[in-house]
Design a protein around this ligand. Sequence first.
Ligand code: UDP
Length: 240
Amino acid sequence: MGVEVLGVEFDRVTMDEAVRRGVAMLDTASPDYVVTPNPEVVMTCREDAGALEAVKNASMVLPDGIGVIYGARILGRPLPERVPGADFALNMFAEMAKAGRSVFLLGAKPGVADLAAQKLAERFPGLVIAGTNDGYFTDDAPVIAKINAAAPDFLLVCLGVPKQEKWMYENRDKLRVRLMAGLGGSLDVYAGVVERAPASWQRLGLEWLYRLGKEPKRIGRMMKLPRFLLCVVGERLRGK
Ligand code: UDP
C-alpha cells in the first residue's frame, strides 16, 4: 500500500528499495515510468487532471521534496525517507554501469544533455550513453523515432513539470525503452549548469531555500509549498 498525500499516492520505499525496483523494471517488457513529485507537483495534480492521470499511472511514485515527507508525517502516515529523482537516477546509473546498460538523455536546453552525457560517461565507466536530445522540440514523432533507433534501457525525460509526466504517459506505448523517469532539472545538475545545494543544506532539508537564493524568480512556483502545507494541515484537522 502506498501513502496518499493530497490525492497523490507515494510508494513507501527507501532509496535502496526504489533503485532495486528500478533495476528490476529494466528486465520487464512493459514500458514502466517513474515520477518524483515534490509539493509543487502535488499541487499541480490537484488543478490539472491530465497531470494527475499521468502520475497515477506511473509504476513508481517517489517523494522528491522534504515537503512531501513533512506532509506525510503530518497526515500520520510517514514515508521512510526522501528519494530525490536526481539521486535516484545516479544510483540507477551506478548499477547499470556494472551490466553495461544504456541510457538516453532527453531534455533541457540545446547542448546541456550532451554535456551531461560526457560527465556521466566519465563518472560511470561501463554506462552506455545511447543518445541525447534537447527538450525544446515541437514535433514528438522524430524524437520518438530517434529514441527508438537507440533503444535504450533507461530514458530520462527532463522537460519540466507537468510536461514530462504527461509526455511519458501519452507516449509510453510508442517508445522502445524499458524504463523512463521524469526528472525535471536533473540534466542541468549533471551537466554542472545548475549546482545542487551543498550537502549540509541538503541534510537540513533546505535545498529549496538554496535554489531560491540562486534563482529568485522561483518564488512564484515556491508559493505552492505553503499552500501545500496548509492543505495537509486542513486534511489532518478534518481527520482524513
Ligand atoms: N525544459 C525542457 N523543455 C521545455 C521546458 C523545460 O527541456 O519545454 C527543461 C528545462 O530546460 C530544465 C527542465 O526542463 O532543464 C526543468 O527544470 P526545472 O528547474 O523547472 O525543473 P524542476 O526540477 O524544478 O522540476
